[in-house]
Each structure stands twice: as C-alpha cells, then as structure tokens.
Design a protein around this ligand. Structure first.
Ligand code: HPA
Ligand code: ZN
Length: 339
C-alpha cells in the first residue's frame, strides 16, 4: 500500500542531515554521458537506458566494479564541481540542510588526477551550495579498504596539506576480507590530526568488524552496521554508547544485503534504542536520494511519524556539526569544540 499523505508530507518537511553519501555515487547516467563526450571517452554503453539496465547488482562487489568504472569520466576540477552541484540541487529539493560527503581520492589519484583538483572542485560546489541553498557541508576522505594500508597512509600524507578542507576520514569499498584492523595505524594518524573518524562495517562483513571499527579505529559512527544484531552484546553497547548507524535502505535492497525492505532490521534496532539514521549511499546507482529512502523505509516498515522525526533528529545529533552542549571525541585529545 502506498504511503499515506500525512507521512509523505512529514518526510518532505523534515530537515534532513545526510551522513552517508558517496559523491561519486551521485553520478547520474546523463552526466556520465555528457562528461564522456566532453573528454572524448568511449563508454561501454549505447545509451542512458543501457547504463540503467546494467545496474542490476547481486552483491557489493558487482556494484563497486561499475561504480569505479563510472569514475573515469571525472577528470578536471569543473567535473567534480558539476557532480557535487547536481547533488546539492537534488538534496535541496529533498529538504537536506547539512551533508557530510564521502569521496574516494584513491580512485582518482590512481588515474593521475591530483588530489587538489578533486578537493578543489568539491569545495567550490560546497561554497556555492551554502550560498545558493543554505546547505552546510563537510568532506570525509575515505580510504579504499581493498588497497593496502601503505596506500592509505600515503593518501593521508598527501591529504594533510588539505587538512582544513576535511572534517574526517572514513573506510569504504569491498568489506569481506578487509577488516578494520588493517587500517589501525592510518586511523591513529588521522585521529592525531584532529579528524573525525567513521567506517563502513557490518554491511557485508560480520558484526566483529563493527567492534573492531569501534575499538581499533575509534570510529564515532558506523556506516551501515546492519549486521550488528548477530551480536546482542554489541547491540547493547551501541545503545549504551549512543553510536549512530548510518543505514541506507535502498542500497541494502539493491546490493542484496536484505531480500525485502519489509525484512530490514532498522525499525527493530530503532525501537530497541539504537541511534539509527537514514541516508542514500550511492543514489544514482540505487534508485533514490534521501527522501526516497525515508519513504521506502516508512512504507515497508510502517514507521510512525514519531519514528520518522526520531530518525531525522538522530542524524542531526550524529553529525559533526559543533552543536552547543556537545563535547566532541576530540576532548580525549585534550581539546574541546570551540563553543
Ligand atoms: N559500501 C562500501 N563501499 C562503497 C559503498 C558501499 O555501500 N558505496 C561506495 N563505496
Ligand atoms: Zn557507503
């Protein structure tokens, strides 16, 4: 049954905070074609429809293969600007007021694109989005976990001259066989630089990866985290320590993490007291931006108006905006938020 008008309207009106969005995952097929034409790149697809038809994934890796291939059309500063600006226009239409964007520098530097080009184009768009739409935003640099820790360490070293342009670091890409423990040193270095810390864990990987991300990486939020309920003691801990799980329902459906949205555990975890937040992951590939993720979850799981408000409030609280009365994890390093 379709979602009723009252909850549809509430979802539209809620101020939303986007905490789990890969900016490269907002590359719509139309832009893929226009940038390919601009740079004289031949795409292995005949049409926009053919690209969309190829987006039938059976797991995380089958998606990542197309996602990294899509990145090849992003070549100069204005491409990264156009990508992010198109995202912000959609986010604004969806009621997003603040966004912490993931980007994958290694998928660009490996193709010879300088980090300054990537960060420069994204930051140009972030400034314009704040002026045009009033959306504030931050950048989270993600390390690709299928690559080595040495590669991640070199990426962090190359990023430190841009330290003031970043709010934090994260960990993404193929999870199985690439545990958080592989990146303990690079996260320690990022922490010493005062960066916030997040990590994808428990999407396809086991609950133990969530525990590792918390204990070894000192992650402040867990991206996905949906396999946490394989360990009841971990769920108790997430509630006790108020650790947010940035859940992406349509992503989980498209990547077959869940068979049916009605089976998704996000409502159960929310009702259990876990700080669940809702986001869009790679919306150009998964069929919906943040509003669509709220609507699909509300309909499949019969979320109440109070629960929808709770989800939005959880995201605001879990953001890295310096909120009055909150003390960031930086306090453990002897500094507190400048409030
Ligand atoms: N999981 C892991 N890595 C990713 C994802 C994801 O959902 N999206 C882009 N990189
Ligand atoms: Zn993700």
């Amino acid at each position: 049954m379709a979602l009723d008008a009252a909850r549809t309207r509430l979802i539209r009106l809620l101020p939303k905070v986007e905490l789990h969005l890969h900016i490269e995952g907002t590359l719509e097929p139309e832009m893929m074609f226009s940038l390919a034409a601009k740079h004289g790149i031949a795409l292995p697809y005949a049409s926009v429809e053919a690209v969309r038809a190829a987006y039938a994934f059976h797991d995380l890796q089958s998606f990542l293969d197309l996602y990294y291939a899509g990145c090849d059309v992003l070549r100069d500063r204005s491409d990264f600007y156009a990508l992010a600006m198109a995202y912000f226009a959609r986010a604004h239409a969806d009621g997003v007021v603040h966004a912490e964007l993931f980007f994958d520098p290694q998928s660009h530097t490996a193709r010879g694109i300088e980090l300054g080009v990537v960060i420069g184009g994204l930051r140009d768009a972030m400034g314009d989005a704040e002026r045009r739409y009033g959306i504030t935003s931050g950048l989270i640099l993600c390390f690709l976990r299928h690559l080595s820790e040495e590669d991640a360490l070199a990426t962090l070293a190359a990023a430190l001259p841009f330290r003031s342009e970043l709010v934090g670091v994260g960990l993404d890409s193929g999870e199985r066989g690439n545990p958080p423990s592989k990146f303990t040193r690079v996260f320690a270095e990022a922490r010493a630089a005062g960066l916030h810390l997040v990590a994808h864990a428990g999407e396809e990987g086991p609950a133990a990866y969530i525990t590792e991300a918390l204990d070894l990486l000192h992650a402040e939020r867990i991206d996905h985290g949906v396999r946490c309920d394989e360990d009841p003691a971990l769920v108790d801990r997430l509630v006790r320590e108020n650790i947010a799980l940035t859940v992406c329902p349509l992503s989980n459906l498209k990547l077959c993490v869940v068979k049916d949205l009605r089976d998704h555990n996000l409502a159960r975890l929310l009702r259990r007291g876990v700080a669940i937040t809702l986001h869009s992951d790679d919306p150009a590939y998964f069929g919906g931006y943040i509003g669509e993720n709220y609507r699909a979850a509300a309909e499949a799981l019969d979320l109440t108006a109070a629960e929808l408000i709770q989800l939005a409030a959880n995201a605001a609280r879990a953001s890295f905006l310096p909120l009055p009365g909150t003390v960031s994890k930086l306090s453990s390093l002897g500094t507190t938020d400048p409030q």
